[in-house]
Write a protein that binds this ligand. Sequence first.
Ligand SMILES: [Zn+2]
Ligand SMILES: [Zn+2]
Length: 339
Amino acid sequence: MKAAICENPFEMTVGEAPMPVPGQDELLIQVKASAICGSDMKAYEGKHPLIRLPIILGHEFAGVIVEKGSQVDGFKVGDRVVVEPSSVCGQCFFCQRMQYSLCDNLKQLGHQLPGSFAEYIVAKARFTYLLPNGTPFEKGALAQPLAISIHALHRAGFRRGQTVLILGTGTIGLLLLQLALQNGARVLVSDLVEFKLEKAKALGAHQAWNGSSPEMMKEIRAQTNGLGADVVIEAAGSSATIQQAFSAVRKGGTVLLLGLTGHPKEEVPLERVTLDELNLHGTMRYAMGDFSEAIEMIHQRSIDLDALILKRFALVETPEVFEETFRSPQNVLKSVMII
Ligand SMILES: [Zn+2]
Ligand SMILES: [Zn+2]
């Protein structure tokens, strides 16, 4: 089969890869849509802590079943499906307590296993979901970032009427914006890229600032009776936005860290956590039930995904689209390979 193989940092080629063979509990899926994620870009740069090259990247995808293992029930050849790319063991300390995003034996497609920038991929049947008819593959491929956003929102734990500040309006930031609005929040956002701020406003953000604006903090206070935001979600993954999160949150409020800066250590005003009784949470992946909820929301069209997909490309174009995305990240939102 044809696949885009990332051989070394910044070196991706489209060539022949061995046709994957499904095990007893697995499905062989013909990939129909595969989206580029920020973590794919980190791997492309050779900077992802969990991804070793060479590998076929890609974990946000949808496709059609072409073959199934001998022990697979409940699916048939021809079914349209979406795959939850992280397979967990179900047996470790964390899985047994339903915290399966923390599984000790987690393996992810496109991270430790071959990914979806290929014609075919093998996936575990127990992490595969039917994609309802009428829902395009390219939208099904975005179930994964939507599931991450649903999980993040649960971790943020705000109440209706509260003010949520989202720092960073990339794909996850714009999904969080929509979910927070649907859950009754007043949502303020910031980003450095003007067209992403425009998107955020079009999707209903109550206020959108350029994150470099010196007035932003003052205006956030002005908008929150001088208190600060109830919840601040850091979704940009930069040292500057982590600092802004601590400056913008009210006493007793919540800071949710979602972005990764690539630096294991950051200097933060930790004393504020104690003095002002802040809640400091991190969020990663998704919990049980989030994936099926994401697919249902996509099927019901309760989330605007058309606003996020700015580019569609063919498998053979994958290397150049990765390179373009690296060179000009400010022009990119979601790019999806379509076969
Ligand atoms: Zn992803
Ligand atoms: Zn486990």
